[in-house]
Design a protein around this ligand. Structure first.
Ligand code: RB5
Length: 146
């Protein structure tokens, strides 16, 4: 699976760790930055290009990390075709995909530990949308706002 990852300074350390671990699991990972630790960088500069790439279908899913995960999810959800969610629990990591077709997982680098984050990421990447009629109907109600 081809995936993308992005972070600002608040998520930089966690992003590096996730990248390293995921590459060992044979995911193809595109890093949308930041490419170095800059304490004053801005998450939209990295999260929006990631979200646009997911929306275009260039990559299947994305992982966006900022300090809390909040800014990253707000930014990513501005892009049409993106369904980003800030998730810090195992149930939502798979159910968010199964029911709501989440395509970008947002994490708070200052909130969760690396092992929990890695577990959430693999759960998210392995989950599949069910295409159940009721879930499609609900997502269409959201899409109709555009
Ligand atoms: C940056 O200090 C921090 O505000 C950012 O990483 C993120 O947590 C925003 O939601």
């Amino acid at each position: 699976m081809k995936i993308g990852i992005a972070s600002d300074h608040g998520g930089f350390e966690l992003k590096l760790l996730l990248k390293e671990r995921l590459s060992k699991l044979n995911f193809t990972i595109i890093d949308f930055g930041n490419n170095s630790y800059e304490p004053d960088d801005d998450y939209p500069d990295y999260v929006i290009p990631l979200a646009q790439s997911v929306a275009k279908g260039e990559i299947e899913r994305g992982i966006a990390v900022c300090g809390s995960g909040v800014g990253a999810s707000i930014a990513a959800n501005k892009v049409d075709g993106v369904r980003a969610a800030l998730i810090h629990d195992h149930f939502a990591a798979h159910q968010g995909v199964e029911d709501d077709n989440v395509n970008i997982l947002c994490l708070g680098g200052r909130v969760i530990g690396s092992e929990t984050a890695m577990e959430l990421v693999t759960t998210f990447l392995n989950a599949k949308f069910t295409y159940a009629e009721r879930h499609i109907r609900r997502l269409q109600k959201i899409d109709s706002l555009r």
